[in-house]
Write a protein that binds this ligand. Structure first.
Ligand code: S3P
Length: 431
């Protein structure tokens, strides 16, 4: 439990570098492990979720050395893993679980998969169903959750699969199985989701085609180790972007942030809310990067609909906080996926922001935020909770910046999942 800081009267100022992208760090380890030769990863995220993926590949016999944010993976090729001696522990990480269910679905040995209590409640049938259709043999609980067993299997077949949910994790699991399957695998996406798997496969020398919302992959030849520069995570940057916009007298720059168009929804939505965001693009051969500068600004409410959700799905909690400071109503619809994240983020956002006086209503598929409400504790002080969810913990810390009264946070350790040093980085822009 910690006491959260208020923003200084002179506002938030300075330049900040947030850690590497979580989605891309997971994938860099995965492709590095299944390639041949050495993969060097720069600006790697050393957070709990990604470290679980790293430990899993080490348990499968892959040599991985980490020195700070630099990681060296000596690839084994996808057919040379060794049987792990213990269960593969996914921790809190949905990305590890779902992507590895696909990637490890054609191995000559059984693997037990386990996760923490939050992960063990999250739906895995969305991955199991298509993988079983391809020939994977995976047992989960009757509820379709962890723990489970990925059984030994030597045959996967391609298929055409129409995605019932917009999910990069489901898409990636199918692609990672499809690259080991006989025949073609085609995925028809409901809405475009983050394309880091497709981009990284190509960087490692693989072949994949994307046309009119259809992604096609065949069995891949040998992938070659690469040098991967991980952009700073736009999902982490989003907390600073919103903090800069809603804290009086502020101006901050977040450096070298990944602005992949399948991930930059937070920038588009905040611009629709009236924010001027300066995006200075940095030339690069990999994932697109930019320095992002924001200053305090008046915002107005908007309607956020299903088509907006995939590229901003992890940023909706912090966008909801921004909406409490916008004039007028912000209506979020088509966001039922929020209910199956690390927590039910419709419930947890509404419960925590309401404690600070926000006028916010939960809907089955989203929320309505009536702005503009000054945030204040009900008595002299309020206790907020993370419920073990890293993004709810960080949303609470940003809310406290502009809250009148003392705010305490229970469960701040959840930030270790994606941004272990968030509070000390936040303190840097308060000096
Ligand atoms: C992720 C995809 C998204 C996102 C998660 C990371 C990924 O999940 O919420 O934090 O790395 O592919 P869904 O695919 O379930 O939308």
């Amino acid at each position: 439990m910690i006491k959260l800081a208020h923003a200084p009267k002179k506002g938030l100022h300075g330049k900040i570098s947030v850690p590497g992208d979580k989605s891309i760090s997971h994938r860099a380890l995965m492709f590095g492990a299944i390639a041949t030769g050495v993969t060097e990863i720069e600006n790697f995220l050393t957070s709990d979720d990604v470290l679980h993926t790293m430990a899993i590949f080490q348990a499968l016999g892959v040599s991985i050395e980490q020195t700070g944010t630099h990681v060296r993976v000596v690839g084994k090729g996808i057919t040379n893993f060794t049987a792990p001696k213990t269960a593969l522990d996914m921790g809190n990480s949905g990305t590890s679980t779902r992507l590895l269910m696909g990637l490890l679905s054609r191995q000559p040995f059984d693997m037990s998969i386990i996760g923490d209590s939050s992960l063990s409640k999250r739906p895995m049938r969305r991955v199991l169903t298509p993988l079983e259709q391809m020939g994977a043999k995976i047992n989960l609980s009757t509820e379709g959750t962890l723990p489970g067993i990925i059984q030994a299997n030597n045959q996967l077949n391609g298929m055409v699969y129409e995605m019932p949910v917009a999910s990069a994790q489901v898409k990636s699991a199918i692609l990672l199985a499809g690259m080991q399957a006989e025949g073609e695998t085609t995925i028809i996406e409901k809405l475009p989701s983050r394309d880091h798997t497709e981009r990284m496969l190509q960087q490692f020398g693989g072949k994949i085609s994307t046309k009119n919302g259809m992604i096609t992959i065949s069995k891949q030849g040998v992938l070659k180790g690469q040098h991967v520069l991980v952009p700073s995570d736009i999902s982490s940057a989003a907390f600073f972007i919103v903090a800069g916009l809603i804290t009086p007298n502020s101006e901050i720059t977040i450096e070298k942030v990944g602005i992949n168009p399948t991930r930059d929804g937070v920038l588009k939505l905040l611009k629709r809310m009236g924010a001027e965001i300066a995006i200075a693009k940095i030339p690069t051969s990999g994932e697109p990067l930019a320095d992002i500068t924001v200053r305090t600004q008046a915002l107005h409410g908007i309607h956020i609909t299903a088509a907006d959700i995939p590229s901003a799905v992890d940023e909706l909690p912090i966008i909801a906080l921004a909406a409490t400071q916008a004039v007028g109503d912000t209506i979020i619809t088509g966001a039922e996926e929020l209910r199956v994240k690390e927590t039910d983020r419709i419930a947890t956002v509404v419960s925590e922001l309401s404690k600070l006086g926000a006028s916010i209503e939960a809907r089955p598929d989203g929320m309505i935020i009536h702005g503009q409400t000054p945030l204040a504790t009900s008595q002299d002080s309020t206790v907020l909770e993370s419920f073990g969810d890293h993004r709810i913990a960080m949303m609470n810390a940003v809310a406290a910046l502009i809250t009148k009264g003392d705010v305490t946070l229970v469960g701040e350790e959840a930030m270790r999942v994606s941004y272990p040093k968030f509070l000390s980085d936040l303190a840097k822009v308060m000096q």
